[in-house]
Design a protein around this ligand. Structure first.
Ligand SMILES: Nc1nc2c(ncn2[C@@H]2O[C@H](COP(=O)(O)OP(=O)(O)OP(=O)(O)O)[C@@H](O)[C@H]2O)c(=O)[nH]1
Ligand SMILES: [Mg+2]
Length: 267
């Protein structure tokens, strides 16, 4: 039996690797110190959550390819490679969309691409919002009060998610760094509990095996050749999922086609 597979995705610097360390309670994933991207290849980490083993997958940030970051298309191809690889290793049980700061249109596109197109909307998705330390204004607060303060962010931003058609099964408003001189220790501990609870409560049982998507279809035509002979000709046509790249993920024709060609090569 494979442990349930949980994939974290989102933009560079959102805090994906930090969240893995938070969940595991140990520094197992490398986090970035500067402005450039840190995680370039997806990596698996085993973590025990409330007595059960899970595999957590850290992935490269989904950004426009600026210097020092994995180009966006390469990061997308990696995500697709990961879900395809997992189809023979226990499937996918949960997606965690990691973000920091305000919700952006790019977030919606990444969300739709991974959740709706690649995973066909079949895998539960939760959102983790990091860097909410400024929500905590007082010093002496109980865990319940800290939780409540963090939740305020969600109450103020939930409508923006709905507006973008993003409907997570659950959300976790967190702080995923202990801060300088351990200044965020209390909120970090509350965040750890929250992340662990969300994973325990929302992972899919049984997991979902992401199917191979038909990016192109091959149509055989029989045409009249010379001397009355019939000849067969195969044409490659765009499959319906390419249309989803345009409509759901806001890609232009060329962008969608180029990506489909790359994804079609994934074994
Ligand atoms: N202030 C603050 N900083 C955080 C928080 N969580 C993570 N960070 C910092 O944000 C930076 C980026 O964190 P990472 O965990 O490396 O982000 P990532 O999403 O894995 O980034 P890539 O691997 O580049 O895609 C690091 O310097 C972290 O210490 C948080 O809750 N608050
Ligand atoms: Mg990382």
């Amino acid at each position: 039996m494979h442990p349930p597979n949980v994939i974290l995705f989102g933009e560079t610097g959102a805090g994906k690797s930090s969240i893995i360390n938070l969940i595991a309670g140990d520094s197992i994933a490398m986090i970035s110190g500067g402005a450039s991207g840190c995680t370039f290849q997806y990596t698996a980490f085993k973590a025990n959550i409330h007595g059960r083993d899970f595999m957590l997958y850290d992935t490269a940030g989904l950004d426009e390819g600026e210097e020092g970051k994995v180009a966006k298309q390469a990061a997308i191809v990696q995500l697709y490679q990961l879900v395809q690889a997992l189809s023979t290793q226990g499937g996918v049980s949960l997606l965690i969309f990691c973000m920091r700061g305000r919700l952006k249109e790019a977030s919606q596109k990444n969300w739709r691409l991974f959740h709706e197109v690649f995973c066909r909307g079949q895998v539960p998705i939760v959102v983790a919002i990091t860097a909410l330390e400024n929500e905590i204004t007082a010093n002496e607060m109980s865990d319940g009060q800290i939780s409540n303060k963090l939740e305020e962010w969600w109450r103020n931003n939930e409508s923006a998610f709905r507006g973008y058609g993003m409907h997570p099964q659950a959300h976790a408003c967190i702080v995923s760094t202990t801060g300088r001189r351990n200044g965020y220790a209390d909120v970090y501990n509350v965040s750890q509990q929250k992340m662990r609870d969300v994973i325990r409560d929302y992972y899919r049982r049984p997991s979902w095996n992401v199917e191979r998507l038909e990016w192109f279809t091959y149509v055989v035509h029989t045409i009249d050749g010379q001397c009355g002979k019939k000849t067969r000709q195969v044409t490659k046509e765009n499959g319906p999922i390419i249309q989803e790249l345009r409509e759901k993920c806001g890609m232009g024709d060329q962008e969608a086609l180029k990506l489909a060609e790359l994804l079609n090569e994934v074994k």
